[in-house]
Design a protein around this ligand. Structure first.
Ligand SMILES: [Zn+2]
Length: 440
């Protein structure tokens, strides 16, 4: 290993090489191994219970980012939403491909992502129809194709999101105790309704033989704890997670009974069980659900969140560990400052509407300046397997640019920068900060 300082002109190439060579532990995705089933693209858009492993051209092109984008150019007055959702997945994909990729230049980040995937798979991204791609994907075996994608993206481990209140998914865990044991995938217990909709969650817990009451009592708390422990054990979850709206406050605002119930569940059940098991609690904050419900998953809006609430939690629960990401660009600076105050707060990723080159660059630059290398710069949030290729390809490129600038600044200050320094830094940011936080 080269321990001599690099010269400024060799920095960029060395940083790019180190980033390309570092296998990534992707800390948050919505991907699944083949044991969770895979849907048939010939079947109408929304079938339940559909398989959960999404991959291939039709899923890539009908990603909800692109459904939202196609409705900007073919509005609902021309194609009513109900009509779009009645089409088969292939028909939906043909519609999006025609309008966003053939009749217009596919310049948005979500469009560009599809092109990067095709290109990296060795396919020509200039086809006018999707048939050639469909031929390629039809020949792939999902299990082996996962290996191919992980190799292309240089991802060594994929972290799932496993929502226990989703019937389709819960049934699969109950029916097959080994459903989550693919060594390429790590499970995460997702529990949104416990915090966001206690009355509904309470009803479900009763159905599942955890006797609880809507009015929270000591025995209700014991049952929620038992429920969480049972599912942590069943899934072998590596952390717990929830997505919260921009209105989330800790402590909860006075008049809202559901939010107050959620707060009690958080304080008395979720955080104590996380602490007892040494598991972090992940909060993804700022998605305002379904401002246009007809767009389905694409219908969520961004809202500015309250970082004082995160600070209160980090302060009041020092034996808990928190992963936090926020959806609003306006929250990113304040969140960096919060992370400077609390070692039990690990900020991560550039989520959803932030996953665009201009914003990723700005956010990573600021994080490096305020936090050194002690954060997790990115997660893929991939919902379609193949997206791992583009999300990490594009993010690595931006990290290379930002890190090269930062190392050049160090050289100017007279500090040596060696290849070993760079390799250690990218290993921390793309893998070890996450792993070390889990085991801390
Ligand atoms: Zn997500």
């Amino acid at each position: 290993m080269n321990t001599e300082s690099l010269s400024a002109d060799r920095l960029a190439a060395t940083v790019e090489r180190a980033l390309a060579a570092q296998p990534i532990v992707d800390m948050h995705t919505h991907l699944y191994p083949p044991t969770f089933g895979t849907p048939d693209p010939n079947v109408t858009g929304r079938t339940d219970p559909a398989g959960l492993l999404l991959w291939g051209i039709d899923e890539l092109v009908t990603y909800h980012y692109l459904v939202a984008e196609v409705y900007r150019v073919v509005p609902a007055s021309q194609l009513p939403y109900e009509q779009f959702w009645k089409l088969s997945k292939q028909q939906q994909a043909d519609h999006i491909w025609k309008h966003l990729f053939v009749e217009r230049t596919p310049i948005s980040e979500a469009c560009r992502g599809v092109l990067t995937v095709l290109h990296r798979l060795g396919l020509d991204p200039n086809e006018k129809s999707l048939d050639a791609y469909r031929g390629f994907f039809a020949k792939q075996d999902p299990g082996k194709y996962i290996d191919r994608v992980m190799e292309l993206a240089n991802v060594s481990s994929i972290t799932m999101t496993n929502p226990v209140f989703d019937d389709n998914e819960r049934q699969r865990w109950l029916a097959n105790p080994n459903v989550g044991s693919d060594p390429r995938f790590q499970p995460v217990l997702r529990i949104d309704p416990l915090l966001r909709a206690w009355p509904t969650a309470a009803k479900r817990l009763n159905e599942w033989k955890y006797p609880v009451t809507e009015e929270i009592s000591a025995s209700t708390i014991q049952q929620v704890r038992r429920f969480l422990r049972d599912w942590i054990d069943r899934q072998k979850a590596i952390y717990l997670a929830v997505s919260l709206g921009p209105e989330f406050r800790y402590p909860a605002a006075g008049g809202d009974a559901v939010a107050r119930a959620g707060q009690t569940i958080l304080e008395e059940a979720i955080l104590p069980v996380c602490a007892e098991r040494g598991l972090p609690f992940a909060m993804m904050i700022g998605s305002q659900q379904r401002v246009n419900p007809a767009l389905g998953d694409g219908g969520d809006m961004v809202g500015k969140s309250d970082i004082a609430s995160v600070v209160n939690l980090c302060y009041q629960f020092p034996s808990n560990k928190f992963f936090v990401t926020m959806l609003a660009r306006e929250n990113q600076h304040e969140m960096c400052i919060a992370a400077r105050k609390f070692g039990n707060l690990m900020i991560f990723g550039c989520w959803w509407f932030l996953n665009n080159p201009s914003l990723i660059e700005e956010i990573e630059r600021m994080r490096l300046e305020l936090l050194g290398t002690s954060f997790i710069p990115q997660h893929s949030d991939a919902r379609v397997l193949d997206q791992l290729v583009y999300k990490w390809d594009h993010s690595r490129r931006i990290l290379a640019k930002v890190l090269t600038d930062k190392y050049a600044d160090l050289l100017r200050a007279g500090r040596w920068v060696t290849e070993a320094d760079i390799q250690r830094d990218v290993r921390l940011m793309l893998r070890d900060n996450f792993i070390n936080f889990l085991s801390r």
